[in-house]
Design a protein around this ligand. Structure first.
Ligand code: CA
Ligand code: CA
Ligand code: CA
Length: 170
């Protein structure tokens, strides 16, 4: 047995001791989901993909909620929608995309709106209003003709005439 010796490959290497080659841990899937595995000679490392951060157990990666916090990544009149590995900026209701990072008010009065044909349309920031034209009653979406003769003082005048007639007679 004299002179006999054994060689063992070091950690992270595989072989018979004379020839040792790096184990590519990345092919075995040691890193979890949303993780980029980088193989090194004798070792490997796991990196969270963009949009993910190391979770508390330090074993896996969690989605970063880009929308949390006071200052979100979105622009004016936009709402932030978090998604796995990413996020979206969408226009608030009443706004349309103006550029990549901003949304502008939709002028509903030049497009589709609910205003009655007898109503004025008033465009507002993020919304619009309908107002019945004079001579019409309603909320602007429904405008009905005011029947002036049914509510006007015509009836009272009639009564006055009758009274006058009565005094004339008396
Ligand atoms: Ca390796
Ligand atoms: Ca996200
Ligand atoms: Ca508007």
């Amino acid at each position: 047995m004299l002179g006999r010796f054994e060689c063992e490959c070091g950690q992270g290497f595989d072989g018979d001791g004379f020839t040792c080659s790096d184990i590519d841990e990345c092919t075995v899937g040691l890193c979890g989901e949303f993780v980029e595995c980088r193989n090194y000679a004798g070792s490997y490392e796991c990196y969270c993909l963009d949009g993910f951060s190391l979770s508390n157990d330090e074993q896996s990666c969690d989605d970063v909620n880009e929308c949390s916090g006071d200052e979100g990544p979105c622009g004016e009149n936009q709402v932030c929608e978090n998604a796995v590995g990413t996020f979206f900026c969408e226009c608030e209701t009443g706004y349309e995309s103006a550029s990549e990072h901003s949304c502008a008010d939709i002028d509903e009065c030049t497009g589709e709106n609910k205003c009655n044909e007898h109503a004025f349309c008033l465009n507002t920031d993020g919304d619009y209003e309908c107002e019945c034209k004079s001579g019409f009653n309603g909320d602007g979406v429904v405008c009905s003709d005011v029947k002036e003769c049914e509510t006007s003082p015509c009836g009272d005048n009639e009564a006055e005439l009758k009274i006058n007639d009565f005094f004339k007679v008396a």
